[in-house]
Design a protein around this ligand. Sequence first.
Ligand code: HSE
Length: 417
Amino acid sequence: MKKFAVLGYGTVGSGVVELFYKNRAKIESKAGSEMELGYILDLRDFPDSPYAEKFTKSIDTILADDEITVVAECMGGVEPAFTYLMQCLSRGISVATSNKELIAQKGAELLANAKAHSCNCFFEASVGGAIPIIRPLHRCLAANEISEIYGILNGTTNYILNKMLTDGMTFEDALAKAQKHGYAEREPSADVDGHDACRKICILSSLAFGKHVYPASVYTKGIREITLEDAAAADALDGAVKLIAFVKKLDDGRILPAVMPMFVPHENMISRVDGVFNCIEVCGDAIDRAYFCGRGAGKLPTASAVMADIIEAVKHHKTVFSQDWTDAGTQDFIAGIDELVCGMFIRFAAEQDAAALCEKLTADLEGCGSYEADGISAVDHAALITFPMTKAQRDSLLAKLAESGLTVAHWMPVMEA
Ligand code: HSE
């Protein structure tokens, strides 16, 4: 019999408990052992819960029980989660966490501690909710040189953008609905301002490229500036506005991670991933590209990934199975956003005649650096898309547009199809 504990009885933690009792026979058969939920740690009281007798407010109760094999951490935040998990790992207790903030900040230390004590630190639920991505990236794609990862990694913002476009819902109403569904973070600015997606791309970058990528080193911009006009213009140009988290490997071996709203052409299936769904594109030298899609947030979808990690930890008790990455030499490894070469989606301030606009731009843009007018692949809704440019070329183009009296309402990078 293998005993486990759950830290945090919020959306995800209560989902883990619910899923365990719902599918217990199946879970035990997959784990190859009978299992028992020993404790639920939470500072709140749940006197009416059917599991009331399992609640404890002290990690020491759990640490003192020699029968505990795995601890699932669903509390969120760096502390006290980090201290608790380090204490577990130091005693040889494996951990399974859904906590992206913790792994993005402290992953290297936790993984090293797991290795040192012959146990595992699993974090499948920390990126993409229900989507299997950590284990596939670490194991199934292990033979590849990864060149790029692009993804919708935040369900709340994808849900909001989608509701604004399809239902004409206001930003505030869409956010309130996402919160009601249990998708949003306790502090919704973590979703809206891109920090949640940033933590997740840090985890994927660290895993794919072997060096810890800290959130502070990643350019991050959220969706607050996106308007219905942007969404409609993107739609008219055969694409969609999505909050994209990405990391690209540069020719010199450094990586460029970032989070920002991007125009995604409909040729790329990511543009059609709506609602709370996430989608991650991984490009590797052997696979070309692979896509991983599914529910990126929510109680049972996220609990599914945590429970899978618990099963894995039970099955591989005393075997080091989790991945790790180094915390050394990371300083010169990250390129800044100014090195990004990308096309531009430009929307002008007022509705203008598309043909006249195109003609004016063609005239204005002649001699604008290496910009060529025929790089404009589409013009509609007083918006256009350019071919890929360096920052110097982008600045030059924007200056030229300003000189010619055209007011740019908003521009955003174009994701390659
Ligand atoms: N707030 C997160 C999201 C939850 O919306 O994707 C899952 O990490």
